[in-house]
Design a protein around this ligand. Sequence first.
Ligand SMILES: [Zn+2]
Ligand SMILES: [Zn+2]
Length: 355
Amino acid sequence: MKALVHTAPLRLEYVERPMPAIGPADVLVRVAAVAICGSDVHGYTGSTGRRIPPIVMGHEASGVVEAAGPQVAGWQAGDRVTFDSTIYCNECPECRHGRVNLCENRQILGVSTPLFRRDGAMAEFVAMPNWILHRLPDALSFEEAALVEPAAVAMHAARITPIEPGAVVVVVGAGAIGLLALQAARIRGAGTVVIMDVREERLALARQLGADVEVNSEAADPREALRSATGKATADVVLEAVGIGKTVQLATELTAPGGNLTLIGNVQPSIEQNLQTIVSKELTIRGSAASAGEYPMCLALMADGRLRTRPLISRTMPLSDGQAAFDALHGAKTGLIKIVLRPGGRAPSTEATHA
Ligand SMILES: [Zn+2]
Ligand SMILES: [Zn+2]
């Protein structure tokens, strides 16, 4: 099969690779669409240590079941599917409590660290245990469905954060996760959603996706902008979807006394924070990692149009153009949100017609 292999910092090669082996409980999926994640772009520079070459990246994908091992029940060749990015064991205490994102034995598709290496979906085929698969609603195209993974990440953050009906929610960062978090916060009952970013084209997209207020946090004082929009300079709930020191600091400043701040972004490994802001306002700060059970609800919400991923797709390219796609995202002055890669460059015959 053909695969896009990350072979060295900033380098990808589209080459022939052996087909993935499948174990008795595994399913082999023919990949139809795979989205490039921000973590893939950071990873391919070599800066994060989580894409140690050689590795086939790709954890946001959809496709069609090609074959299944002898222990697999309920999945057949031709089924349209997507899958969790976390390969959890289903046996450890965390898994048994439903916290599969925190599985003691977890691996992530398309990620390689000193501890594990797991080839992902930037290839014609990818293999995985059957229990991480999810069936696609007929109404969802493969491209939209590839983005259920970041949608589930955003929904998980909104679910573990106490959001009172009608609450003011600030989302810091209007990248893919922020744009999905704003929709998730709305679905969870937020009354006013304020989104902040430094890029106007992203703020315009946020408006299209239902934000009530967009703030360019470089052009305006964020606290004053929040005050003039909502009457208060802080919000009970803040979702941080960037993950660098500066934006986490902004997020703590914008969280109301006694409020809740959830950190989703994770770019800079360590950051400096103003301890007094956190302690004196008695903030509750929590991390949110991947997702744990949000795929089915996100797929249903996406199928009925309440959670939209299509507007995030800036471009679709053949997998063979992977190097150019990564370079464009790494260049980052291009206003791109998501690029979806298509192995084989054509749609499998079971492609949904819905746009
Ligand atoms: Zn991702
Ligand atoms: Zn486990």
